[in-house]
Design a protein around this ligand. Sequence first.
Ligand code: PLP
Length: 489
Amino acid sequence: MKFIETRGNDGINPLETTFSEAILSPIASFGGLYVPKELPDLGEPFLTKHLGSSYKELASDLLATLDIDIEPSVIAEALSLYDKFDDPSNPVPVVKVRDDLYVSELYHGPTRAFKDMALQPFGVVLSSLAQKRGKEYLILAATSGDTGPAALETFKNRPNVRVVCLYPDGGTSDVQRLQMVTEDAPNLKVIGIHGDFDDAQSALKRLLSSESFNAALRAKNIELSAANSVNFGRIIFQTIYHVHSYLELVRQNVITMGEKIYLNVPSGNFGNALGGYYATKMGLPVEKIIIASNENNVLTRLINTGRYDLRGEKVVPTTSPAMDILISSNVERILFDFFGAVRAKELMQSLESNRFYALTDDETMKIQGLFAADYCNGAEGKGYIKEAYDAGYLMDPHTATCFKAYDCCATKSLKTIVYSTAEWTKFSPTIANALTGENDINDIDALNSIAHTANISIPKVIQELFSKPVVQDTVIDKENIEAEILKFL
Ligand SMILES: *Cc1c(COP(=O)(O)O)cnc(C)c1O
């Protein structure tokens, strides 16, 4: 598989590039992204062939079909990390929650959120490429809560890769913070910032373009890379579970092979939904991809009105913080696929300079041919959490946003797969509030309260966090980040 660029080629970058180049240096010409030049048509024979396959067998054949320049032994090692999930024989359970609604649980990995689905194998692939090239890479990550723990977990003690993770001190849940500050490995550095997530993210962007910082890295022979969700190395692992979830419905005799379904995705940076889009493009029988947002509803407005409008907008904090985002980076890949590089560049440059773009009516209709969207506010989300709980299913606030979108957008009577992106343990205060009305409680009390109410146990990896020693205790002003990182390197 070869990769081309969403904003066209600048005459300096190669006209097309390999998978490994695209993941080591993820930023393309004119600030664009890498996209597959073409995708294979899997067709029904591929799906039928894998009805009896395990998750790993499906994944390994799908990646082989995509023909990426990663050695089979490295792919095998990367996929073996799914063996650490709760049930190695089925890392992604799909369970019935309502008559036509099935939940695909993407959170059974080590950090209890869906980021593990891609970051776990991605860590192996990136580290192996770095070793092969004999180079040291620095991964900088700014996190609002789920990416940080998942990135630290996957890169810990891996050769040739160091990770610096910036988080807003006081801006994450206790569980998320503990998942980061208790990570102990010589190649990891976690830095709390006095400020919010935007401060952490803009500090990171400044660093990436800082002359002195880049010169210091060059002097130490260290290359910069990124593990955020625009990296295609993450997207590729996010196509697999969409195919798997479809096959699960066939296996469970819920649908027959070839029957169309809805995919329903709680979305922020649009990586999860993009994986579903590529799976659909390769022939997965999908009627529509339903996008769920929270009060930061740029995606809902884009899909329903064709306008991406950030003028006067600010991120509002919500009960589904992993979706608190205004610039949803992976949408660019959809713009490219639907409208081509010239138009994608024009639209993205308009967003960057005017904080606004508008699709034509024709373009909007094309998008609406495959996507539908709605958003869910915090009170509605808690209502859905309580309703599902009363019917016997415990879910997190991100998953809950899908139920609103389902009620609005699943207009045909087809089966729907809702993607569950986090375990209840990561957002317990909101869930405790939804279930019992308790307010202002901290994570450990909320965890205990839910465990008691629902008569379930807290997973060991979460319970243990509260007694592990804090080894990453750096909390600084954002002006001092550069010096702190150089000290670590
Ligand atoms: C990252 C994340 C999302 C958003 O996924 P995108 O791929 O960025 O759209 C949703 N829910 C949870 C819990 C997440 O961690």
